[in-house]
Design a protein around this ligand. Structure first.
Ligand SMILES: *Cc1c(COP(=O)(O)O)cnc(C)c1O
Length: 512
């Protein structure tokens, strides 16, 4: 396998490893040929060498269902356990302090935590940050009480808990809406503020967006979150798999979980008595119900290795994507209509807007477009045109209700009114009451290039920058009603699709 890689660049530049990606992209990511993919926050593409390597693994080996004595079964088991260790290494998590549970996706990881908390007697209280993805918001439905907190509330979000209660505090490491990164030290801070007499408190970090283009370092287990959820497909493109990383001090919560399934029990008595003994050696043994996604896990091992060969580690991916995001943001921010007004209203912050300089903004630019008359451009129209021009981009509420509400200044009643007026996730009405109901989200990934960014900026400029000022000439303003008959129609152009070429018909130039 010949794999060009970024490590060949002597030094890595502040501009990222662009030349190296340009060199390998056609070979490694042929599916990106002829398109501009800007939805890496949805999922990122997988490299060809991963797919080829995976096909080779699958055909060269016999992998059985794990947990039996056959050689094929043993092979699966050992590959799974190797991968588990490598996943922990990927996040600098000491296997003595953390375990990783394989799940379908980040959402399934959060649901597993909820399943355990649901069984706590007296229930649990829940606090989640407003930048949370819907997957974290939904947890509140299982909680005894819940609050959604903003940055200003971080210091007192845990005030006055019920004594003997159990509380879960959750937030994203990065917003999937605008790329904003939230401080990782919050977990430690919540833990510090918590008074032990008030019962138990656990922290959940949703790292699905953060980990996709940034290193996540769990080496300090004292300050680490109790639960971390990730989506591996967002980092590597393939396999479709997620992980729940659990800190040792939080293992106890799963003692409460009631359900068990194949793979997680040592002995089950059914007929005259209902009794079972859960597996006990490792946490993951108790939580991975049913047959593991064996082949996905083997693919994950390969995905980590190949990603490192191609990109040289997450720190480099982070530097590259941060550079591109800055270029994209600045490019869009610089676009002006002829009358001087900005074309894009950008919601994503830059590094300069962030007080905590240790935090970078993730490679996501969320924005809306306005005409020079200050009318919002319809997201649906934008998406149709972008699609026609072979851009892949996400628009709408992007599964982040709190983030959208605070970016767009939508109050709960605005959102309910919009819902009553027919607004639905994925539906086509997107400017309501004169205001946008969602955003355009351009997100970058490890194999994005400057050319992707520049082409997108050029696209917005070509179709959305009004180059003729709207100023109405004084001669027209002062024209009397009589002289209107001096005007004539020269031609009519019909634009069936907004911003695409129109049909022109010349009208007879016969002025009477
Ligand atoms: C994508 C994403 C999720 C959901 O991940 P799934 O893999 O779809 O479960 C949750 N939170 C954030 C921040 C995300 O970006």
């Amino acid at each position: 396998m010949v794999v060009p890689n970024v490590n060949r660049m002597e030094e890595y530049q502040p501009t990222g490893y662009n030349p190296a990606v340009e060199e390998m992209r056609w070979e490694q990511y042929p599916m990106l040929d002829g398109t501009i993919y800007l939805d890496h926050a949805g999922t990122t593409p997988y490299p060809k060498s991963l797919m080829d390597g995976f096909a080779q693994e699958m055909t060269a080996n016999l992998f059985g269902n794990p947990h039996s004595a056959s050689a094929s079964s043993q092979l699966s088991t050992s590959r799974i356990e190797d991968t588990r260790l490598r996943v922990l290494q990927w996040f600098n998590a000491d296997p003595a302090e953390f375990d990783v549970v394989f799940v379908a996706n980040a959402t399934a990881g959060a649901k597993l935590v909820v399943e355990a908390l649901r069984a706590v007697s007296g229930g649990f209280d829940y606090a989640y940050h407003e930048a949370s993805h819907t997957s974290l918001v939904g947890v509140r439905e299982e909680a005894r009480s819940s609050i959604c907190f903003g940055d200003a509330d971080v210091d007192h979000v845990l005030e006055r808990p019920r004594s003997g209660s159990c509380t879960l505090v959750a937030y994203p490491g990065q917003s999937n809406m605008d790329g904003r990164r939230l401080p990782l030290f919050w977990s430690a801070k919540f833990r510090e503020n918590w008074s032990a007499t008030s019962g138990k408190m656990y922290t959940l970090l949703d790292a699905a967006a953060l980990a996709s283009t940034s290193p996540l370092d769990l080496s300090d287990s004292e300050s680490a979150p109790d639960f971390v959820v990730v989506s591996f497909y967002k980092i590597f493109g393939f396999p479709d798999l997620g992980g729940l990383i659990v800190r040792r001090q939080a293992y106890e919560i799963f003692d409460q979980r009631r359900y068990f399934g194949g793979g997680t029990v040592d002995m089950v008595v059914c007929l005259k008595e209902a009794w079972h003994a859960s597996k006990g050696q490792f946490l993951h043994d108790r939580l991975e119900d049913g047959t593991l996604p064996v082949h996905n896990i083997i693919a994950l091992d390969l995905a980590m290795k190949i990603h490192t060969t191609l990109f040289g580690g997450m720190a480099r991916v982070s530097a590259h994507t941060s550079y591109l995001a800055r270029r994209l943001r600045e490019g869009l921010a610089s676009l002006r209509h002829a009358n001087g007004t900005p074309v894009c209203m950008i919601y994503s912050k830059t590094r300069d807007d962030i007080p905590d300089k240790s935090l970078q903004a993730g490679p996501i630019v969320a924005f809306n477009i306005r005409s020079q008359h200050a009318a919002w451009v319809s997201l649906t129209e934008f998406e149709k045109l972008a699609t026609a021009k072979l851009f892949h981009i996400r628009t709408g509420g992007v599964c982040n209700p709190g983030g959208i509400a605070s970016a767009l200044g939508l109050e709960p009643w605005d959102m309910k009114r919009n819902f009553s007026s027919g607004l639905r996730c994925g539906a086509e009405n997107d400017v309501m009451g004169g205001r946008p109901t969602g955003v355009i989200r351009a997100s970058l990934g490890a194999m994005s290039t400057m050319e992707d960014v520049d082409k997108f900026i050029a696209f917005v400029e070509e179709f959305y920058c009004d180059s003729t000022p709207v100023n109405i000439p004084p001669s027209l303003v002062t024209q009397s009603a009589k002289s209107v008959s001096d005007l004539y129609v020269d031609s009519i152009i019909v634009y069936p699709i907004k911003s695409c070429g129109g049909y022109k018909s010349i009208v007879a130039r016969d002025k009477h």
